[in-house]
Design a protein around this ligand. Sequence first.
Ligand code: NAP
Length: 243
Amino acid sequence: MAAAFAGKVVLITGASSGIGAATAVHLARLGASLSLTGRNLDNLNRVGQQCEQTGSLKPLLLKGDVTNESDTKQIVESTVAHFGRLDVLVNNAGILEMGTIETTSLEQYDRVFNTNVRSIYQLTQLAVPHLVKSQGNIVNVSSVNGIRSFPGVLAYNMSKSAVDQFTRCVALELAPKKVRVNSVNPGVTLTELQKRGGLDEESYKKVNKYYRRNIHITCSGLSRYGYSVPGASKGDTCPWTSW
Ligand SMILES: NC(=O)c1ccc[n+]([C@@H]2O[C@H](COP(=O)([O-])OP(=O)(O)OC[C@H]3O[C@@H](n4cnc5c(N)ncnc54)[C@H](OP(=O)(O)O)[C@@H]3O)[C@@H](O)[C@H]2O)c1
């Protein structure tokens, strides 16, 4: 298990923070050769150092904005130029923004979809020829919000549903070429995502409390799902409605 990823080249977007950073450190421990990307170079360097200390291999660190087409092209090209191959693409970079159908804007819709969907489309397109050669893998970091419906984060919910559909379609397209495509759909995870999305400290605490009690269950009624969660009652309201 220790060197399960030895010789495997893994490209992780959004590796400068949160889930992407933790994934990088974990895969470093498993011996992966890592190409890590993000916009914040200080954070990226910090994660790079952690990976090196954990896994002993020096990761390739690439600064870039995934909504910028030439940055994205550069990320894939530099990775393949440096390592000579690509085995796994982890499409993780993403943003959350708050807004209901009454409070959203088209600018917000564009920002969220450009980051969470369009960039994945482009990165995957560019990576596929290399993944076909290595018979590799794609992992798209979606969200529970792609599967279940929550009020107050409309564009984000829709973007993650699009990621899930993209994943299923591309999985069917690439299966004959022995490239596996999957998504993961995490529930609330303590990272910078919600605060960056505009959630104030008080609401952030409420969300965390709510999720600790009602993991993966929407506010539309606990019993409907047949769950019995300690501390949760049927009338609990979802704090997201007050965002
Ligand atoms: N946290 C949760 O509760 C949760 C739950 C389900 C799914 N997810 C998903 O998990 C993924 C990672 O989120 P996280 O929670 O780890 O959030 P995070 O701590 O805010 O990290 C987000 C990462 O994405 C990068 N990023 C965002 N926009 C970018 C852009 N335009 N170009 C390049 N990089 C960009 C950030 O880079 P810089 O910081 O360098 O700008 C950062 O590394 C997202 O797709 C998110 O939707 C999170």
